[in-house]
Design a protein around this ligand. Structure first.
Ligand code: GLU
Length: 488
């Protein structure tokens, strides 16, 4: 059997959309699952859409995502160049376009803008397209020669038949047949001499020995025209896998304004690249069992493209957050600490034991920016309502809380060792002296030192981080607030 060769062929037009990253990942997984080759090809023939720096974004995204290519602009595998603008300089596209002209499968078109504008337009999939009327197909050889000699601007168009049908096969959609009359004579070579993406992808996939092509299903409507090109050349059509659309929660195409449509956006929002890759793998594909957390190696092992679904995949940011939280929990502490530290420092204006804080939040966040909400109370005690001291389950009231705080204050003032353990033992002696439940004491103390109903840690862990001075200030403040509220 032929060795699997897959390619990721991005156009350098800006950030890496999650849909593009998914294509890259699936191509990579299909290749690696079979011990094949994964290739990177830069499709930069559309000069109008070219964005400076976009190639760097492609490279850095793939590197961060662990999607490593075996061949590409920086790794020659013998079928280069791997950048279309460089391939163009070798004359490859013009050579093949001329071959099609000789075969009667393509023709020169000299129509100017005015004439093209006068042609009927049709709306196909929301886009207005002009079905070219084959006007220039009737030019004689001599007329064409004369026009070329006179340097008249031209494009080269595919010559699609007006009768019959074309059938192609997609691994997910099965056989698809279309009427040839619906196929427009698309441009293969533009007036600037560049090939269109539509032409270059076919020439390149063939000449670079690509066996599997994975792309978004917005390309399904072009696939019959590509198939006709392959057939015209007498080339074998690659295996096609057209991926389902990725939508937002409202089932609309995932748009830039969602703020999380690109890899860059997600990383900037504090997601881990491993979690993003794991999540994206599941946007359309599912394993046989219910496993959700996959390392890249596990994905390579498990990935079977036949299990990709045709139904649109919903990008669920809540699910991604959950997944990210799982990755954070499983992370090596030192690595976590290094990544969390900037967020911790940003949330705090004074020095604290940052490592202790990091240990405290590691299992409690889903994304790194969650840290600031979680630990802001260390920095400044929030304004709080004394009603918070009343807790039904802990059997506490404002009065009981006031009593507890007043009782423990001198104990805490006398205490030198402010480690969590020592403080906990200290409060436990009070608990047993009074014969009450732990919560009866811990709840008011925690409320006083945090000002919050929910905290990332217990009363004594919080006091350990706050230190003696600040802990006492907060306990005294709690006493004052309660006395004030109770009219004492
Ligand atoms: N250059 C195309 C894009 O970025 C690639 C589509 C394909 O994979 O063939 O959309």
């Amino acid at each position: 059997m032929e060795k699997v060769r897959c390619r990721f062929a991005p156009s350098p037009t800006g950030k890496m959309h999650v849909g593009n990253l998914r294509s890259a990942l699936y191509e990579f997984l299909i290749a690696k699952h079979d011990g094949g080759t994964f290739m990177l090809r830069i499709e930069d023939t559309d000069q109008e859409r070219y964005v400076e720096g976009a190639v760097d974004i492609i490279n850095s995204t793939l590197a961060k995502a662990g999607i490593v290519h075996d061949e590409g602009p920086d790794k020659d595998g013998g079928v280069g160049p791997y950048v279309q603008s460089e391939r163009m300089k070798t004359g490859i596209y013009m050579k093949y376009a001329k071959e099609l002209i000789d075969k009667g499968e393509a023709y020169y078109c000299f129509c100017d803008k005015e004439r093209l504008d006068s042609l009927k337009t049709e709306v196909v999939e929301g886009k207005e397209i002009t079905l070219y009327d084959k006007h220039c197909l009737s030019l004689s050889k001599e007329e064409v020669e004369a026009n070329l000699k006179a340097d008249k601007p031209f494009v080269i168009r595919q010559n699609n038949p007006q009768t019959g049908t074309t059938t192609f096969h997609d691994e997910l959609y099965g056989d698809i047949t279309v009427e040839n009359a619906e196929l427009d004579d698309m441009i293969l070579i533009k007036s600037d001499g560049y090939p269109t993406y539509n032409f270059a992808n076919v020439v390149d996939d063939h000449t670079m020995n690509i066996t599997h092509v994975v792309r978004g299903n917005e390309y399904l409507s072009s696939a019959p025209k590509y198939t006709r090109l392959y057939e015209a050349f007498g080339w074998e059509v690659p295996v096609y896998v057209h991926l389902p659309l990725i939508t937002d929660e409202n089932h609309k195409k995932l748009a830039k304004r969602s703020g999380h449509s690109s890899f860059e956006d997600l990383i900037n929002r504090g997601f881990l690249s491993e979690a993003v890759v794991n999540y994206i793998a599941l946007l359309g594909w599912s394993p046989e069992n219910n496993q959700e957390i996959f390392s890249l190696d596990e994905l390579i092992k498990e990935f079977d493209y036949h299990r990709i679904s045709k139904s649109p995949a919903v990008f669920d940011i809540v699910k991604l957050k959950w997944m990210n939280g799982e990755y954070i929990k499983a992370m090596d502490f030192e690595k976590f600490y290094e990544m969390a530290l900037p967020y911790i420092k940003k949330a705090l204006s004074r020095e604290f034991d940052y490592r202790k804080i990091a240990e405290m939040v590691k299992t409690r966040i889903e994304v790194f920016p969650d840290i600031s909400d979680l630990i802001g109370f260390f920095d400044t005690l929030p304004e709080y309502d004394t009603a918070m001291y009343t807790h039904k389950k802990m059997k506490t009231t404002e009065e009981s809380s006031l009593q507890v705080l007043k009782d423990v204050l001198p104990m805490l003032e006398a205490q030198e060792d402010y480690s969590n353990d020592a403080l906990y033992q200290l409060l436990l002696t009070y608990v047993s002296d009074k014969g009450v439940k732990n919560g009866y004491v811990m709840w008011p103390v925690r409320t006083a030192v945090s000002g919050l109903q929910m905290t990332p840690a217990g009363a004594t862990e919080i006091m350990e981080i706050l230190g003696k001075e600040e802990s006492l200030i907060r306990i005294r403040k709690g006493i004052a607030l309660l006395e004030n509220n109770l009219g004492l």
